[in-house]
Design a protein around this ligand. Structure first.
Ligand code: ATP
Ligand code: MG
Length: 552
């Protein structure tokens, strides 16, 4: 039975409830099985929340297991990144981190068992021949000439593969199932191949590596996994999963159940494509804030709670669908709207000189840290003779609809005084470099009598502030489905050339000077921002997390 904090029900929870009620299982053991060949992305977050969420709600356990059977493509860097991301999302795996590679001995024993039962054979067809013999969806395959080798010969050949006496590609171990099966996965799938490469966990112990479809069911069974949840593309592999469980001597009988992948529009969620973006320099790295990776989203300012919330909102179903990016954005916006401290940041500073304010006078004004939450306290905002306002908050002429500063008219500096623009000063190129203003001392916390102020703008003292760089992001792709492009083009052709805009000379209010990496703020009237690890003592760097409201 699930507890009250549990995620909403779904077909997998219903299946588990039935398994428990009817006595097929006595508990719930799940696993999250990433291959360490890239960083985790938002799609993986769905799988993580599902697997760890079930273990939590059914008082079971969820294992973190690296599915590391392709040493050429894997690395310790990815192992570390994945481990960090799962922890950061707020989940704890049961016991030690597990590796499929630590089961290589048992998997090898299963292979020998299958050979002994006449259910596996060493095939020496080359890759091209094997493809030919395999047949097509319309035509059955035909048996390899090596299919009926004796058990003794198979054992000897497999021993040679293992001993390094067979070249890569010269032989493979195949299951002996059914070359005429309508399911191509059952036409004598490969179980082991020769790969003379170093493995990040097992070093040079092995020169043969088991295939994913053979490794996965055995690893699940060895760990006592009850419910092995994977994405829909593995549905057609389930008969093979069950075949392996049936014919190998194993301590448990796990069941595979498939659910729909998470697809998000305006992005790609394939590790291969994400790796290409990194390798070809289209982004600054796996954790570039424009990437849909967990590391990128973290750097962008997403919180673990917002990603978990998003995964709950998406739910778990069997039908494939594409989720709108706006849903992800609204999950973090809701979180930050409630929790992020407010601050002033001027992205495009334009100097305002208040001529009737004494040159060395500093008045400390107070702003709320959060306008809807008094418990968060107030923030000191120093007011001085010179302040910065945003270039986009001033016009020499404008109609009544313009709620900002206009020459000859008044505006309020938020949490401060009302100022009037009297004169503009231009630089040699003719651009406005300064606005000369005056302030009304009688307008702190109250409106001037008999005059209407146009609006309220944010600002930062010119002498008491923090220098910062603000990185403004837009979607990385211009197309809703970057994977679906016209002939001759690829997803790379849909990269948005304007996905990053840098405001290198922005200024942030003084109270943020000590902000630490990862902290999130609402810059009033601008959006939500988080401190980037590129920040240095003298200069903070902020990433736009999400705008104040939905912009598409
Ligand atoms: P990719 O297709 O991006 O290369 P993968 O499936 O090869 O990903 P794995 O490391 O094998 O990546 O994935 C680990 C687990 O995460 C698997 O159980 C897989 O089904 C699940 N997973 C991967 N992508 C998604 C997704 N988009 N939505 C939900 N679950 C996913
Ligand atoms: Mg995979």
């Amino acid at each position: 039975m699930t507890d009250q904090n549990a995620a909403p029900t779904n077909f997998i929870r219903q299946l588990i409830d039935r398994d428990l009620a009817e006595g097929r299982q006595t508990g719930v053991v799940t696993r999250f099985p990433p291959e360490p060949n890239g960083y985790l992305h938002i799609g993986h977050a769905k799988s993580i929340c599902l697997n760890f969420g079930l273990a939590r709600d059914y008082q079971g356990q969820c294992n973190l297991r690296f599915d590391d059977t392709n040493p050429e493509k894997e690395s310790e860097e990815y192992v570390d990144a994945i481990t960090r991301d799962v922890s950061w999302l707020g989940f704890e795996w049961a016991g030690e981190i597990r590796y499929a590679s630590s089961y290589f001995d048992q998997i090898h024993d299963c292979a020998v068992e299958l050979i002994n039962k006449g259910l596996a054979y060493v095939d020496e067809l080359n890759a091209e021949q094997m493809r030919e013999y395999r047949g097509t969806l319309k035509e059955p395959g035909k048996p390899s000439p090596f299919r009926d080798r004796s058990v003794a010969e198979n054992l000897e050949m497999f021993g040679k593969m293992r001993a390094g006496q067979i070249d890569e590609g010269a032989a493979v171990l195949r299951a002996k199932i059914d070359m005429a099966s309508p399911n191509m996965n059952m036409r004598d799938p490969v179980l082991y191949r020769v790969r003379k490469v170093h493995h990040h966990q097992t070093g040079d112990k092995w020169c043969i590596y088991p295939m994913y479809d053979f490794t996965h069911p055995i690893s699940d069974a060895l760990e006592g996994v009850t419910h092995s949840l994977c994405t829909l593309e593995f549905e057609a592999h389930r008969p093979l999963y069950d075949w392996v469980i049936e014919h190998c001597t194993l301590p448990a009988v796990p069941k595979q159940t498939e659910f729909a992948r998470l697809n998000l529009n305006y992005t790609v969620t394939s590790k291969r494509k994400l790796k290409q973006l990194v390798d070809e320099g289209h982004v600054s790295g796996w954790d570039d804030p424009r990437m849909p990776t967990i590391a990128g989203l973290r750097r962008r300012g997403y919180t673990p709670a917002s990603l978990r919330k998003f995964c709950d909102m998406v739910g778990v179903a069997r039908a494939d669908s594409t989720v709108d990016m706006a849903m992800l954005e609204s999950a973090i916006r809701d979180d930050l709207n409630q929790n992020a401290p407010r601050a002033f940041c001027v992205l495009r500073p334009l100097k305002v000189v208040i001529e009737n304010w004494d040159a060395d006078k500093v008045e400390i004004l107070n702003g709320p840290v959060h306008p809807q939450n008094d418990d968060m306290g107030t923030r000191p905002i120093p007011m001085t003779r010179e302040v910065w306002i945003d270039r986009e908050d001033f016009l020499e002429e404008a109609n009544k609809k313009y709620k900002r500063l206009v020459l000859g008219d008044e505006v309020r500096l938020r949490y401060g005084y009302v100022i009037r623009a009297n004169k503009v000063i231009r630089d040699a190129s003719g651009e406005i470099s300064e606005i000369r203003c005056s302030y009304d001392p009688d307008t702190l916390g109250k409106n001037p009598e008999g005059r209407k102020v146009r609006g309220v703008i944010h600002w930062v003292s010119a002498s008491r502030n923090g220098a910062c760089e603000v990185r403004q992001y837009d979607r990385l792709f211009t197309e809703a489905n970057p994977d679906k492009v016209e002939e001759g083009k690829t997803f790379l052709d849909t990269i948005n050339p304007q996905s990053l805009t840098v405001f290198a000379d922005a200024v942030v209010e003084e109270s943020l000077a000590g902000a630490s990496v990862g902290q999130g703020f609402q810059f009033e009237r601008e959006g939500y921002y988080a401190v980037d690890p590129d920040s240095s003592a003298g200069k903070l760097v902020f990433n736009l997390t999400v705008g104040l409201r939905e912009s598409f």
